[in-house]
Write a protein of this length. Structure first.
Length: 310
């Protein structure tokens, strides 16, 4: 087994064909096919279902290990370079959209100023999409909606924020600056899908208020849900950081007796963060501490991820 075989397998898994994998690796298709075939022969298992270009169950197991192996190799290089010179390396950061809007610009500025040799790739996605990428180590860390309870992920709180309601200006709920859960239960509203962390907390608050909420639509994406509410589709319960910066045909309404949304910093439990990942963690924590309290409804918390502890 050699690294070329592992790179070939992961390329096919990502691009779903041998030809696309060859283009990604800047080689020819026959080389990719040969590397995968040799790996399959050595392991005695079919790893790729050729007709679909997808991993078999055996291939999924090998790919998960391969990602971890190649990630550790990258970390070795990054850590050794950081001893000789300033920190360098490539970091893949996943981030939920509501936080990305205000945190990512400051993060990019901080890295360019303090660690210019650290390269970063930003993946904006929902928590439900980011968690599987963390587990498979396709990303190095992620800013996610809490709670995240997967045993393969270490997660600590970055900040908490109020939940508010974005209401179209011609909606009955717009007549007041505050709303109760019973007020919301009288109208169809936009909600995240059942099973997401944000929806679980909303449903728990509604049960405590002894009401049932009526979803006009379920939207897995808080920024999109906020946009729909601001455009007049229906009211939506959103985190404070999702409130649009500019005025429009909508109103922000406070929600009484609502729990706060937690946002956390998550890392794969089985991987040791590289030096470049650790400086990104430190930069995120510093930015949240400095800028979080300037946003209405947000309060920073001490990060408790393993990468942020000495």
């Amino acid at each position: 087994m050699d690294l070329r075989q592992l790179y070939a397998l992961l390329a096919v898994a990502e691009h779903h064909s041998f030809s696309a994998a060859a283009r990604a690796l800047h080689t020819v298709q026959s080389n990719v096919s040969t590397h995968v075939a040799h790996l399959e022969t050595e392991l005695g298992s079919v790893l790729i279902e050729r007709s679909k270009g997808e991993l078999t169950p055996e291939g999924e197991i090998v790919a998960a290990r391969a990602r971890r192996i190649l990630g550790e190799l990258r970390s070795i290089e990054d850590d050794l370079v950081s001893l000789r010179d300033d920190v360098s390396g490539h970091v893949r950061l996943g981030v939920i959209g509501t936080t990305a809007v205000w945190l990512v610009p400051a993060l990019l500025d901080a890295l360019a100023r303090d660690f210019p040799r650290v390269e970063i790739t930003i993946i904006e996605a929902t928590t439900t999409s980011l968690v599987p990428q963390l587990i498979s180590e396709r990303i190095d860390l992620a800013i996610v909606n809490l709670p995240v309870t997967d045993p393969d992920i270490d997660c600590g709180t970055l900040f908490e924020e109020d939940r508010v309601v974005i209401v179209p200006e011609d909606h009955p709920l717009a007549a007041s600056d505050r709303a109760t859960w019973r007020d919301l239960a009288q109208h169809e509203i936009l909600l995240p899908p059942v099973g997401t962390g944000f929806r679980d907390e909303i449903d728990a608050d509604a049960r405590r208020a002894r009401v049932a909420l009526d979803a006009k639509a379920e939207v897995d994406g808080l920024r999109l849900m906020t946009s729909l509410a601001a455009r007049g589709f229906a009211p939506a319960i959103v985190p404070a950081s999702a409130v649009p910066a500019s005025d429009g045909p909508w109103r922000r309404v406070s929600l009484e007796a609502s729990s706060r949304r937690g946002v956390g910093l998550a890392l794969p439990r089985r991987a040791t963060p590289s030096a470049s990942t650790r400086v990104v963690v430190d930069a995120i924590v510093a930015i949240v501490a400095e800028e979080g309290p300037t946003i209405t409804g947000i309060s920073a918390a001490a990060a408790t991820t393993a990468a942020g502890e000495d």
